[in-house]
Write a protein that binds this ligand. Structure first.
Ligand SMILES: [Fe+2]
Ligand SMILES: [Fe+2]
Length: 131
């Protein structure tokens, strides 16, 4: 299982982004340890949070004119489409697929995305006075 422990090393220095990421880690960890009965509601709660978070990052990138906005925004669209696919499996009762996703694929994506596209965006934003 890929489990993310929130720590200062994951902070990128932008207030809203760090707060959102911390919330995401909390919800991901809850999904990894919850009962089958609790999983659907938690999955939807995290999905809603993620959609709102990614919209906030997209808005930031537009505002500051981030040079790689197309790539970063495109990755946001890809993960949201992936989430819809998993939700379809959840609705169909394929809990094994959803467990696999929340235990491995989602946290692995989260860490990789945070340390690459999000980190680059945060650095660029801070150079333009964002905090
Ligand atoms: Fe992010
Ligand atoms: Fe992002």
């Amino acid at each position: 299982m890929t489990q993310v422990a929130w720590n200062d090393g994951l902070k990128l220095g932008l207030g809203f982004q760090d707060a959102d990421h911390e919330e995401s880690v909390g919800l991901m960890n809850a999904m990894q340890t919850c009962s089958d009965a609790e999983l659907p509601a938690l999955f939807v709660q995290h999905q809603t949070h993620l959609r709102e978070h990614l919209a906030r990052e997209n808005e930031l990138m537009e505002r500051i004119g981030f040079f790689a906005i197309e790539v970063h925004r495109g990755e946001h669209e890809r993960i949201l489409a992936e989430q819809d696919t998993i939700l379809t499996k959840l609705t169909a009762g394929d809990l094994a697929a959803v467990r696999q996703y929340v235990q491995e694929d989602l946290p692995a994506w989260f860490l990789g995305h945070l340390q690459s596209m999000d980190a680059m965006t945060a650095l660029f934003a801070q150079q333009r006075g964002e905090r």
